[in-house]
Ligand binder design. Structure first.
Ligand code: FUB
Length: 339
Protein backbone atom coordinates (compact mmCIF):
# COMPACT_ATOMS: atom_id res chain seq x y z
CA UNK A 1 0.00 0.00 0.00
CA UNK A 2 2.72 2.44 0.99
CA UNK A 3 4.73 2.05 -2.21
CA UNK A 4 1.55 2.25 -4.32
CA UNK A 5 0.56 5.41 -2.51
CA UNK A 6 3.94 7.06 -3.04
CA UNK A 7 3.87 6.15 -6.75
CA UNK A 8 0.55 7.92 -7.00
CA UNK A 9 2.04 11.01 -5.39
CA UNK A 10 5.01 10.72 -7.77
CA UNK A 11 2.72 10.47 -10.81
CA UNK A 12 0.79 13.48 -9.61
CA UNK A 13 4.06 15.41 -9.29
CA UNK A 14 5.05 14.49 -12.86
CA UNK A 15 1.68 15.66 -14.13
CA UNK A 16 2.01 18.97 -12.31
CA UNK A 17 5.45 19.83 -13.65
CA UNK A 18 4.05 20.55 -17.16
CA UNK A 19 7.25 19.39 -18.82
CA UNK A 20 5.33 18.61 -22.02
CA UNK A 21 3.90 21.62 -23.80
CA UNK A 22 0.12 21.55 -23.93
CA UNK A 23 -2.28 23.27 -26.31
CA UNK A 24 -4.59 25.65 -24.49
CA UNK A 25 -7.52 26.16 -26.86
CA UNK A 26 -9.09 23.77 -29.37
CA UNK A 27 -12.00 25.68 -30.92
CA UNK A 28 -10.13 28.74 -32.24
CA UNK A 29 -6.69 29.36 -33.69
CA UNK A 30 -4.67 31.54 -31.32
CA UNK A 31 -1.12 32.93 -31.52
CA UNK A 32 1.35 35.40 -29.95
CA UNK A 33 0.09 34.71 -26.40
CA UNK A 34 0.79 37.46 -23.85
CA UNK A 35 0.28 36.08 -20.33
CA UNK A 36 -0.08 38.06 -17.09
CA UNK A 37 -1.34 37.41 -13.59
CA UNK A 38 -4.07 39.86 -12.55
CA UNK A 39 -6.00 39.36 -9.28
CA UNK A 40 -4.38 35.91 -8.76
CA UNK A 41 -5.68 34.59 -12.10
CA UNK A 42 -3.70 33.96 -15.23
CA UNK A 43 -4.92 35.99 -18.21
CA UNK A 44 -3.78 35.26 -21.75
CA UNK A 45 -4.18 37.76 -24.58
CA UNK A 46 -3.44 36.03 -27.91
CA UNK A 47 -3.89 37.02 -31.54
CA UNK A 48 -6.92 35.33 -33.10
CA UNK A 49 -5.97 33.58 -36.34
CA UNK A 50 -8.65 32.61 -38.86
CA UNK A 51 -8.92 31.50 -42.48
CA UNK A 52 -9.45 34.80 -44.30
CA UNK A 53 -8.44 33.50 -47.72
CA UNK A 54 -5.72 36.16 -48.21
CA UNK A 55 -2.83 34.50 -50.09
CA UNK A 56 0.60 34.20 -48.43
CA UNK A 57 3.12 36.94 -49.23
CA UNK A 58 6.33 38.40 -47.75
CA UNK A 59 4.41 41.19 -45.99
CA UNK A 60 2.47 38.65 -43.94
CA UNK A 61 -0.87 39.76 -45.38
CA UNK A 62 -2.18 36.23 -44.77
CA UNK A 63 -2.07 37.04 -41.03
CA UNK A 64 -5.30 38.93 -41.57
CA UNK A 65 -6.72 38.83 -38.07
CA UNK A 66 -9.62 41.10 -37.11
CA UNK A 67 -10.32 40.69 -33.39
CA UNK A 68 -8.95 39.66 -30.00
CA UNK A 69 -10.27 37.29 -27.32
CA UNK A 70 -9.03 37.01 -23.74
CA UNK A 71 -8.67 33.77 -21.81
CA UNK A 72 -8.28 33.13 -18.07
CA UNK A 73 -7.21 30.23 -15.89
CA UNK A 74 -7.36 29.69 -12.13
CA UNK A 75 -4.63 27.08 -12.36
CA UNK A 76 -2.30 25.99 -15.12
CA UNK A 77 -3.71 22.45 -15.06
CA UNK A 78 -7.32 23.63 -14.87
CA UNK A 79 -9.90 24.77 -17.40
CA UNK A 80 -9.33 27.74 -19.64
CA UNK A 81 -12.19 30.23 -19.98
CA UNK A 82 -12.78 32.19 -23.18
CA UNK A 83 -14.24 35.58 -22.23
CA UNK A 84 -15.12 36.30 -25.85
CA UNK A 85 -14.21 39.16 -28.18
CA UNK A 86 -12.63 42.12 -26.39
CA UNK A 87 -11.90 44.31 -29.43
CA UNK A 88 -12.78 44.13 -33.14
CA UNK A 89 -11.07 46.02 -35.96
CA UNK A 90 -14.41 47.66 -36.86
CA UNK A 91 -14.41 49.36 -33.44
CA UNK A 92 -11.04 51.03 -34.06
CA UNK A 93 -11.52 54.21 -36.13
CA UNK A 94 -7.96 54.33 -37.46
CA UNK A 95 -7.34 50.59 -38.08
CA UNK A 96 -8.05 48.89 -41.39
CA UNK A 97 -6.75 45.33 -40.95
CA UNK A 98 -4.23 42.89 -39.51
CA UNK A 99 -4.82 43.01 -35.77
CA UNK A 100 -1.44 41.50 -34.86
CA UNK A 101 0.26 40.86 -31.53
CA UNK A 102 -1.09 42.61 -28.42
CA UNK A 103 -0.40 42.93 -24.70
CA UNK A 104 -2.26 44.19 -21.63
CA UNK A 105 -1.03 46.11 -18.58
CA UNK A 106 -2.85 47.00 -15.37
CA UNK A 107 -2.44 50.30 -13.54
CA UNK A 108 -4.52 51.53 -10.59
CA UNK A 109 -7.33 49.07 -11.35
CA UNK A 110 -7.57 49.97 -15.05
CA UNK A 111 -6.46 47.73 -17.89
CA UNK A 112 -4.76 48.89 -21.08
CA UNK A 113 -4.65 46.80 -24.25
CA UNK A 114 -1.80 47.68 -26.62
CA UNK A 115 -2.20 46.24 -30.11
CA UNK A 116 -0.65 46.35 -33.58
CA UNK A 117 -2.76 47.11 -36.65
CA UNK A 118 -2.44 48.67 -40.10
CA UNK A 119 -4.02 52.06 -40.79
CA UNK A 120 -5.83 52.91 -44.05
CA UNK A 121 -2.45 53.62 -45.74
CA UNK A 122 -1.22 50.12 -44.79
CA UNK A 123 1.19 51.51 -42.19
CA UNK A 124 1.46 49.63 -38.89
CA UNK A 125 0.94 51.57 -35.66
CA UNK A 126 0.26 50.69 -32.05
CA UNK A 127 -3.17 51.33 -30.62
CA UNK A 128 -4.40 51.51 -27.04
CA UNK A 129 -7.79 50.51 -25.67
CA UNK A 130 -9.01 50.78 -22.06
CA UNK A 131 -11.16 48.65 -19.78
CA UNK A 132 -12.15 48.49 -16.11
CA UNK A 133 -11.61 44.71 -16.05
CA UNK A 134 -9.02 42.31 -17.49
CA UNK A 135 -11.85 40.55 -19.35
CA UNK A 136 -12.76 43.69 -21.31
CA UNK A 137 -14.44 44.80 -23.48
CA UNK A 138 -11.74 47.36 -24.28
CA UNK A 139 -12.64 50.81 -25.64
CA UNK A 140 -10.07 52.03 -28.18
CA UNK A 141 -8.71 55.53 -28.49
CA UNK A 142 -9.67 57.22 -31.76
CA UNK A 143 -6.02 57.46 -32.86
CA UNK A 144 -2.91 55.29 -32.56
CA UNK A 145 -0.29 56.10 -29.91
CA UNK A 146 1.33 59.30 -31.12
CA UNK A 147 4.69 58.59 -32.76
CA UNK A 148 4.11 54.83 -32.79
CA UNK A 149 5.14 52.60 -35.68
CA UNK A 150 5.80 48.93 -36.45
CA UNK A 151 4.34 46.02 -34.45
CA UNK A 152 4.40 43.70 -31.44
CA UNK A 153 3.98 45.89 -28.34
CA UNK A 154 4.80 44.42 -24.95
CA UNK A 155 4.43 46.35 -21.70
CA UNK A 156 6.57 45.69 -18.65
CA UNK A 157 5.91 47.03 -15.14
CA UNK A 158 9.11 47.46 -13.16
CA UNK A 159 9.27 46.97 -9.39
CA UNK A 160 9.33 50.74 -8.81
CA UNK A 161 6.01 51.19 -10.66
CA UNK A 162 7.43 52.51 -13.95
CA UNK A 163 5.90 51.04 -17.12
CA UNK A 164 7.89 50.49 -20.31
CA UNK A 165 6.66 49.60 -23.78
CA UNK A 166 8.83 47.56 -26.17
CA UNK A 167 7.95 47.14 -29.82
CA UNK A 168 9.18 46.56 -33.38
CA UNK A 169 9.43 43.91 -36.03
CA UNK A 170 11.33 43.86 -39.32
CA UNK A 171 10.16 42.75 -42.82
CA UNK A 172 6.33 42.63 -42.71
CA UNK A 173 6.48 44.48 -39.38
CA UNK A 174 7.98 47.54 -41.20
CA UNK A 175 10.67 48.47 -38.62
CA UNK A 176 13.27 48.73 -41.43
CA UNK A 177 11.33 51.72 -42.78
CA UNK A 178 12.36 53.87 -39.76
CA UNK A 179 15.52 55.32 -38.24
CA UNK A 180 15.47 57.42 -35.05
CA UNK A 181 11.65 57.22 -35.01
CA UNK A 182 11.33 58.80 -38.45
CA UNK A 183 10.18 57.15 -41.67
CA UNK A 184 13.04 56.98 -44.19
CA UNK A 185 13.17 56.76 -47.96
CA UNK A 186 13.59 53.21 -49.22
CA UNK A 187 13.46 51.64 -45.80
CA UNK A 188 15.84 48.72 -46.18
CA UNK A 189 17.56 46.66 -43.48
CA UNK A 190 21.23 47.54 -42.84
CA UNK A 191 23.88 45.57 -44.78
CA UNK A 192 24.99 42.27 -43.22
CA UNK A 193 28.17 43.71 -41.64
CA UNK A 194 26.37 46.67 -40.09
CA UNK A 195 24.69 46.62 -36.66
CA UNK A 196 21.25 45.02 -36.76
CA UNK A 197 18.08 46.98 -36.23
CA UNK A 198 17.06 46.85 -32.60
CA UNK A 199 13.73 46.72 -30.81
CA UNK A 200 12.42 50.05 -29.49
CA UNK A 201 11.72 50.98 -25.87
CA UNK A 202 9.98 53.96 -24.24
CA UNK A 203 8.69 54.72 -20.77
CA UNK A 204 4.90 55.13 -20.74
CA UNK A 205 3.17 58.32 -19.61
CA UNK A 206 1.36 58.38 -16.26
CA UNK A 207 -2.00 57.90 -18.02
CA UNK A 208 -0.55 54.89 -19.93
CA UNK A 209 -1.74 56.30 -23.27
CA UNK A 210 1.41 57.90 -24.67
CA UNK A 211 5.17 57.54 -24.83
CA UNK A 212 6.57 59.60 -21.95
CA UNK A 213 9.81 60.15 -23.87
CA UNK A 214 11.37 59.81 -27.30
CA UNK A 215 11.54 56.04 -27.97
CA UNK A 216 15.07 54.61 -27.99
CA UNK A 217 16.76 51.57 -29.49
CA UNK A 218 17.35 48.70 -27.09
CA UNK A 219 20.88 47.49 -27.79
CA UNK A 220 21.55 43.74 -27.99
CA UNK A 221 25.26 42.95 -27.74
CA UNK A 222 27.28 39.79 -28.30
CA UNK A 223 29.55 38.23 -25.65
CA UNK A 224 32.36 40.68 -26.59
CA UNK A 225 30.14 43.73 -26.12
CA UNK A 226 29.69 44.38 -29.84
CA UNK A 227 26.24 45.02 -31.32
CA UNK A 228 24.73 41.99 -33.07
CA UNK A 229 25.11 42.38 -36.83
CA UNK A 230 22.28 42.53 -39.34
CA UNK A 231 23.66 39.41 -41.07
CA UNK A 232 23.63 37.38 -37.85
CA UNK A 233 20.22 35.88 -38.54
CA UNK A 234 20.53 33.26 -35.78
CA UNK A 235 20.77 35.97 -33.10
CA UNK A 236 19.57 39.35 -34.34
CA UNK A 237 16.18 40.77 -33.32
CA UNK A 238 13.31 40.20 -35.76
CA UNK A 239 10.03 40.65 -33.77
CA UNK A 240 8.05 39.43 -30.71
CA UNK A 241 9.54 41.53 -27.86
CA UNK A 242 8.96 40.32 -24.32
CA UNK A 243 10.47 41.56 -21.05
CA UNK A 244 10.51 39.84 -17.69
CA UNK A 245 12.60 40.13 -14.56
CA UNK A 246 14.24 37.25 -12.71
CA UNK A 247 16.39 37.63 -9.59
CA UNK A 248 16.89 41.36 -10.20
CA UNK A 249 18.02 41.00 -13.84
CA UNK A 250 16.06 42.08 -16.91
CA UNK A 251 15.44 39.40 -19.54
CA UNK A 252 14.58 40.62 -23.03
CA UNK A 253 13.36 37.80 -25.28
CA UNK A 254 12.43 37.88 -28.97
CA UNK A 255 12.06 35.95 -32.22
CA UNK A 256 14.80 35.75 -34.86
CA UNK A 257 12.08 35.47 -37.54
CA UNK A 258 13.53 33.76 -40.60
CA UNK A 259 15.69 31.43 -38.47
CA UNK A 260 12.64 30.65 -36.28
CA UNK A 261 14.30 30.83 -32.86
CA UNK A 262 13.12 32.36 -29.61
CA UNK A 263 16.21 33.91 -28.01
CA UNK A 264 16.99 36.04 -24.99
CA UNK A 265 19.44 38.60 -23.70
CA UNK A 266 20.07 39.79 -20.14
CA UNK A 267 20.63 43.34 -18.87
CA UNK A 268 20.78 45.45 -15.71
CA UNK A 269 18.26 48.09 -16.74
CA UNK A 270 14.92 48.08 -18.61
CA UNK A 271 16.65 50.18 -21.28
CA UNK A 272 19.58 47.79 -21.66
CA UNK A 273 22.13 47.27 -23.00
CA UNK A 274 21.38 43.55 -23.17
CA UNK A 275 23.84 40.75 -23.76
CA UNK A 276 22.75 37.83 -25.91
CA UNK A 277 22.54 34.57 -23.94
CA UNK A 278 21.00 31.84 -26.09
CA UNK A 279 17.93 30.05 -27.36
CA UNK A 280 14.77 29.59 -25.28
CA UNK A 281 12.77 27.61 -27.86
CA UNK A 282 14.05 25.79 -30.96
CA UNK A 283 11.97 26.13 -34.16
CA UNK A 284 8.34 25.01 -34.11
CA UNK A 285 6.16 23.91 -37.03
CA UNK A 286 5.14 27.10 -38.85
CA UNK A 287 7.05 30.20 -39.94
CA UNK A 288 6.49 32.46 -36.93
CA UNK A 289 7.44 31.85 -33.33
CA UNK A 290 6.23 34.21 -30.61
CA UNK A 291 5.85 33.94 -26.87
CA UNK A 292 5.54 35.38 -23.41
CA UNK A 293 7.16 34.35 -20.12
CA UNK A 294 5.21 34.58 -16.89
CA UNK A 295 5.45 33.29 -13.31
CA UNK A 296 2.24 31.82 -11.91
CA UNK A 297 1.79 30.18 -8.50
CA UNK A 298 5.53 29.73 -7.97
CA UNK A 299 6.53 28.38 -11.38
CA UNK A 300 7.72 29.95 -14.61
CA UNK A 301 6.00 29.23 -17.92
CA UNK A 302 6.70 29.83 -21.59
CA UNK A 303 3.56 30.58 -23.60
CA UNK A 304 4.10 30.17 -27.34
CA UNK A 305 2.44 28.78 -30.47
CA UNK A 306 2.90 26.31 -33.29
CA UNK A 307 0.97 25.12 -36.33
CA UNK A 308 0.71 21.39 -35.54
CA UNK A 309 -3.10 21.38 -35.02
CA UNK A 310 -3.70 23.10 -38.42
CA UNK A 311 -1.38 20.63 -40.17
CA UNK A 312 1.31 23.26 -40.73
CA UNK A 313 -0.75 26.20 -42.07
CA UNK A 314 1.51 28.99 -40.97
CA UNK A 315 -1.33 31.52 -40.57
CA UNK A 316 -3.41 29.16 -38.38
CA UNK A 317 -1.54 28.81 -35.10
CA UNK A 318 -2.40 27.31 -31.71
CA UNK A 319 -1.12 28.61 -28.40
CA UNK A 320 0.61 26.33 -25.91
CA UNK A 321 2.20 26.45 -22.49
CA UNK A 322 5.21 24.62 -21.08
CA UNK A 323 7.18 25.05 -17.87
CA UNK A 324 10.36 27.11 -18.19
CA UNK A 325 13.42 26.39 -16.03
CA UNK A 326 16.53 28.36 -15.14
CA UNK A 327 20.04 27.09 -14.53
CA UNK A 328 21.80 28.12 -11.30
CA UNK A 329 23.63 30.91 -13.15
CA UNK A 330 20.32 32.46 -14.27
CA UNK A 331 20.47 31.22 -17.87
CA UNK A 332 17.32 29.62 -19.29
CA UNK A 333 17.19 25.93 -20.19
CA UNK A 334 16.46 25.54 -23.90
CA UNK A 335 13.08 23.99 -24.75
CA UNK A 336 12.57 21.86 -27.87
CA UNK A 337 9.82 23.17 -30.14
CA UNK A 338 7.30 20.75 -31.70
CA UNK A 339 8.02 20.23 -35.38
O1 FUB B 1 0.54 37.32 -35.48
C1 FUB B 1 1.02 38.21 -36.46
C2 FUB B 1 2.48 38.38 -36.35
O2 FUB B 1 3.11 37.11 -36.50
C3 FUB B 1 2.97 38.86 -35.01
O3 FUB B 1 2.73 40.21 -34.77
C4 FUB B 1 4.38 38.47 -35.16
O4 FUB B 1 5.14 38.56 -34.01
C5 FUB B 1 4.24 37.06 -35.67
O5 FUB B 1 3.98 36.15 -34.63
Amino acid sequence: YTSGHSSLIYLQRIKNTMKEAKYLVKDLYTADPSAHVFNDKLYIYPSHDFESGVPENDNGDHFNMRDYHVYSMDSIDGDIIDHGVILDVDEVPWASRQMWDSDVAEKDGKYYLYFSAKDYNDIFHIGVAESDTPEGPFIPLAHPMRGSYSIDPCVFKDDDGDYFIYFGGIWGGQLQRYRNNKAIEGGAEPADQEPALNPIVAKLSDDMLEFAEEPKQLLILDEKGNPLLAGDHDRRFFEASWMHKYKGKYYFSYSTGNTHLLCYAIGDSPYGPFTYQGVILTPVLGWTTHHSICAFKGKWYLFHHDCVPSGGKTWLRSMKVVELAYNDDGTIKTIEGTK
